[in-house]
Design a protein around this ligand. Structure first.
Ligand code: NAD
Length: 368
């Protein structure tokens, strides 16, 4: 008897090398009786033969529209814009539930095709926490970029283009090499250290050789006294990893930075949280999101004061596509194993109920 089919589609977004299913998780699904189809994809960090070797059936690139409509399609990023109706079940990040630009036309495609959307951002456990998220590697990669920017700054240079690393070890080695062999002696403060991104940032700092006492780990208890915090100005690198839920006092301000003059140790701020345009952004010292080609933006620090730069890249896990995919996919695995029972399994029922609610809003908004 054929097993539960699942089709891994290619990613169409530029630079996106991550995958929702890795050869490791595909193997576990095959062992559980799934039939896994994988579109050939040059862009993906995992090579086609890695999937073939574990028993997946390789199919041509971007051929999911011709898959049987009973086969769920899994991918990470949103589909390219189009008016084509969507008859399949899609599991992906669709970015259309929070009123984003074009949200209702994306959902209208599902309405016209009779398909179903399970948005990965809204697959949650019984306590409402996401079952799979990319935070850890965002923090890890953000801290690495911060350490690289710090090394550049010491040489009065600007950090150049960042490229995805083949794996975590090559990232760690590259950062250590750039710092002259080790990060020993560098001081870093991570706020939101108990969260996913924060744990990733702390892990990178440990792996590049910072002393444990030089990694300051703050979370809600430490910021309860209210900012701005002198402690931020007293480290080399500050990494912000909080989940911003409401208005809070600024962690650091331009006035404090200018007032500190050349007494300031802080050289690099990495805003992993990237609440750049949020009016409550607790780091109101920069205004733009930075990019892999241009990873840093300078802060106005006042004349004669040491330079300070901010990294505010909002897709940091892309720098570590292999490990970020492995972790995400293995966190998703228990839910995927429930896919054959998706009409009765809570995680899928909740996601479908949310989809139906958003679909009804879209149908109204589009006048369908
Ligand atoms: N830049 C990127 O590429 C990228 C990637 C993934 C996630 N993110 C963003 O990073 C942020 C954190 O995500 P996460 O998955 O780590 O969240 P999380 O919920 O796992 O962790 C957030 C942590 O911040 C702490 N926190 C909240 N408010 C705080 C405050 N005022 N002071 C101190 N600590 C505080 C929480 O207690 C928690 O430990 C989110 O905004 C998310 O969107 C960015």
């Amino acid at each position: 008897m054929p097993g539960q089919p699942l089709w891994l589609r290619c990613e169409k977004k530029e630079f996106e090398r991550r995958a929702a299913l890795t050869p490791t998780t595909a193997k576990k699904l095959l062992d559980a009786g799934f039939d896994i189809f994988v579109e050939r994809d040059e862009q993906r960090i995992f090579n086609d033969p890695e999937y073939e070797a574990v028993g997946c059936k390789l199919v041509d690139n971007n051929t999911w529209p011709s898959a049987p409509v009973t086969t769920p399609i899994i991918g990470l990023k949103e589909l390219p814009e189009s008016d084509e109706a969507l008859p399949h079940t899609h599991i992906q990040f669709a970015h259309c539930y929070k009123g984003q630009a074009g949200w209702s036309s994306v959902l209208a495609r599902f309405h016209r095709g009779g398909g179903t959307l399970y948005d990965l951002e809204f697959l949650t456990d019984a306590s409402g926490r996401r079952v799979a998220a990319f935070g850890f590697h965002a923090g890890f990669a953000g801290a690495a970029a911060g350490a690289l920017a710090f090394a550049s700054q010491k040489k009065d240079e600007k950090l150049g283009r960042l490229e995805p690393y083949a794996n975590e070890e090559s990232m760690v080695n590259a950062v250590k090499r750039t710092l002259g062999g080790s990060g020993k002696g560098v001081k870093a403060l991570v706020i939101g250290a108990l969260g996913r991104c924060g744990r990733g940032a702390v892990d990178l700092f440990r792996k590049i050789g910072l002393e444990e006492d030089d990694i300051f780990k703050w979370d809600l208890a430490e910021t309860a006294k209210g900012g701005p915090f002198q402690e931020i100005l007293d480290v080399d690198i500050f990494v912000n990893c909080i989940y911003l839920a409401s208005k809070i006092p600024s962690f650091v301000t331009q006035e404090k930075i200018i007032a500190a003059g050349n007494q300031r140790r802080l050289r690099v701020v990495v805003d992993v949280s990237c609440d750049t345009t949020n009016p409550f952004n607790p780091i109101p010292i920069y205004k733009i999101n930075t990019t892999f080609p241009e990873p840093t933006v300078p802060v106005d620090v006042g004349p004669g004061n040491p330079a300070l730069s901010v990294i505010s890249i909002d897709h940091l896990p892309t720098l570590l596509p292999r490990e970020a995919s492995e972790q995400f996919s293995s966190d998703l695995l228990p839910s995927l194993l429930e896919l054959p029972n998706r009409k009765t399994a809570r995680v899928w029922m909740d996601a479908e109920a949310l989809y139906r609610e958003k679909l009804a809003e879209a149908v109204k908004a589009e006048g369908l």
